[in-house]
Write a protein that binds this ligand. Structure first.
Ligand code: AGP
Length: 621
């Protein structure tokens, strides 16, 4: 899940490539590089580490050219070194190439190319593609005499090379002996082409096009784009030259700034009252006592026929799916199965014609979620997406869906997308419930609860200083447990994930009662347990679980409803938040957990927005 960018036009390429890579750095940030073509000279500059390292090298030895490609990496094969950074060279410097994806059969191809005399300088799967394109071009050029179009040998060579690959790719390729032309290709990894005035851009998503191009083409699988400053032709592997749909890009917000916050994650945590309002805007009908959606593309009759939902996702979105399971069962009486997308795509799950799928994803590019959706779509199952990125691959592939309108989420650790996913699932459950047996009164009460949430979340955010103090107390611990029941079980899982991914502390989430069946053995005075125990029908049960931990000397941090003094008598630290109904508790209770993870990571000196080993959207399997 890397970020790739390309430019061909009148302007110097490097400044545009570097700016584009900064936009795409959330996709991977362990090394980066660029290549430009100036006349018949291909020049490469790359560096391990952040883009600033690359910029330093470019300042030391600038490279010129108005045609170039760039890459920011999330390592799949080979450590984060200069040699493994992209771009990679093919043949004797005849090809330069950047790649986002994974080539599964790169080892046998590498062995064959080495036997043909190609020399490899990296441990990556990508370098195989570069040499393969060079070797195919060699073969093509012997027939070049025949080609009417001078660029045809390039297209043929790339087609021949791609036909030998097994895996996924988003590619941008330059050719030393063919000035002014770039080839891009897609299978599985997202790739867009931006169309400007006498210039074209290629990128993994639309963000680098902000301010440069407002016309965009989404490449589909098995498509190759031949791009020059003034022309774009798209060739499909089977259909040949295709007429590409040109979309108008929403005027992108200028560079999403930090607005005075030290990190995007903290900014996005504090944006949640607004992002929740955005998710609800125009979707709650007090008149009908229900929620309304414009993009499901299924008529009420069809929606009423559905008697089972499969919710699939990865990571934080999977935790939101678990919350969705409770909501759909409670508010709509519809059975739900929640499936990890990476498992669902290969499972032979029995599915009848009354089953529908919801794919839940912030980025809309997560490879496993896209593949699971395509698999169930292939079986004729109606597929719906809950997604935050307009025009993303999953949004395009689904039959219908709902956008979160949470705004760009830059911090790798997902925060506002989670609460927006939960409130959207609550509105969907209300919608389906009101198509069945949920009464108008009940619908109205649910709407009132939802509409109060932004203010209640704003009040929960006021615990920021208390949470920072508590983080200071436990930030040197090596293990944490997160415990909750019912709606707060997935919330506990999400709280543990937040701590793990940005502070690198080991943390587990459990249904509170599950502790007795093993995990309680982990409890000691150095292992804090975070209890989610707002007032509600399982409060007393959770209190008993808390007593079991205290009886074994475990420190307890309790998230409780305002005014709850009982828990305060037992817990070591208490964070009080507004009381809300069970079905919306995940949206409130996650707030102090997001803050706890954030402050713990800051106190441990971690890179909160770009945690090690992670990337914002996982576009490889
Ligand atoms: C969450 O903080 C992580 N960034 C990660 O688990 C993420 O939720 C997962 O990769 C799914 O991403 P998506 O919602 O964009 O599909």
């Amino acid at each position: 899940m890397c970020g790739i960018v390309g430019y061909v036009g009148r302007r110097e390429a490097v400044p545009l490539l570097v700016q584009g890579l900064r936009w795409l750095e959330y996709r991977g940030y362990d090394s980066s590089g660029v290549a430009t073509q100036d006349g018949n000279v291909l020049t490469i500059c790359k560096a391990a580490g952040r883009i600033d390292n690359l910029v330093d090298r470019l300042n030391d030895s600038p490279i010129a050219g108005s045609l170039g490609i760039g890459h920011t990496r999330w390592a799949t094969h080979g450590p984060a070194t200069d040699a493994n950074a992209h771009p990679h060279i093919g043949g004797e410097g005849v090809v330069a190439l950047v790649h986002n994806g994974v080539i599964e059969n790169f080892r046998p191809l590498k062995a064959r190319l080495q036997a043909e005399g190609y020399v490899f300088s990296s441990a990556t799967d990508t370098e195989v593609i570069a040499h393969l394109v060079a070797s195919c071009l060699d073969r093509q050029l012997t027939d070049a005499a025949l080609a009417a179009d001078p660029h045809e040998p390039l297209v043929r060579a790339v087609e021949d090379a791609l036909a030998q690959l097994r895996g996924t790719y988003g590619l941008a390729i330059l050719f030393r002996d063919y000035p002014g032309v770039m080839i891009a290709a897609r299978l599985g990894s997202p790739l867009v082409v931006g169309m400007g005035e006498e210039e074209h851009f290629v990128a993994s998503d639309a963000s680098p096009l902000a301010g440069h191009a407002d016309k965009i083409v989404y490449l589909a699988d098995h498509e190759i784009a031949l791009v020059t400053a003034n022309s774009l032709s798209v060739i499909h592997r089977d259909q040949g030259l295709v007429v590409h749909n040109i979309h108008t890009l929403e005027p992108a917000a200028e560079e999403v700034g930090l607005d005075g916050y030290p990190h995007y994650m903290l900014k996005e945590i504090f944006e949640q009252p607004e992002s929740l309002r955005n998710a609800m805007r125009g979707r709650l009908s007090t008149e009908e006592g229900t929620a309304v959606f414009g993009g499901l593309n299924l008529a009420p009759q069809q929606l009423r026929q559905i008697n089972r939902f499969v919710l699939t996702a990865c990571g934080t979105s999977w935790h939101a799916a678990l919350v969705g399971e409770y909501l759909f069962e409670e508010l709509a009486g519809i059975p739900v199965e929640v499936e990890y997308a990476s498992e669902l795509r290969y499972r032979n799950m029995p599915l009848d014609h009354k089953t529908a799928l919801f794919a839940i994803t912030q980025s809309g590019e997560t490879a496993d979620t896209l593949a699971a959706l395509k698999e169930l779509k292939r079986k004729g199952i109606p597929t719906l997406a809950i997604c935050n990125v307009v025009g993303s691959s999953i949004a395009q592939a689904a039959d219908g869906g709902v956008y979160l309108h949470a705004g760009p989420e830059i911090g790798v650790a997902s925060t506002k997308a989670f609460t927006s996913q939960c409130i959207t699932l609550a509105m969907l459950a209300l919608h389906f419930g009101r198509l069945r047996n949920l009464s108008y009164e009940a619908g109205r009460r649910i709407i009132e609860c939802l509409q109060q949430l932004p203010n209640q979340v704003a009040r929960a955010l006021e615990t920021n200083d208390i949470v920072r103090r508590i983080a200071g107390k436990y930030c040197q611990c090596s293990n944490f447990l997160y415990l909750g029941r019912q709606y707060n079980f997935p919330t506990a899982l999400e709280g543990a994930l937040k701590l793990k991914e940005i502070s690198y502390i080991h943390a587990e989430g459990y249904p509170a009662a599950e502790m007795k069946h093993g995990p309680i053995a982990l409890v000691d005075e150095h292992t804090p347990s975070v209890f989610l125990m707002p007032k509600g029908f399982v409060y007393d049960k959770v209190m008993s679980n808390l007593e079991e931990i205290k009886a074994r000397g475990g420190p307890v941090i309790a998230i409780v409803s305002e005014g709850d003094t009982r828990a305060a008598e037992l817990a070591d630290d208490v964070i009080e938040i507004p009381y809300v109904e069970d079905f919306v508790q995940p949206i409130l209770n996650i707030i102090p957990l997001q803050l706890l993870a954030y402050h713990t990571a800051v106190l441990r000196g971690c890179d909160v927005d770009k945690p090690r080993n992670l990337a914002k959207s996982v576009t490889v399997e």
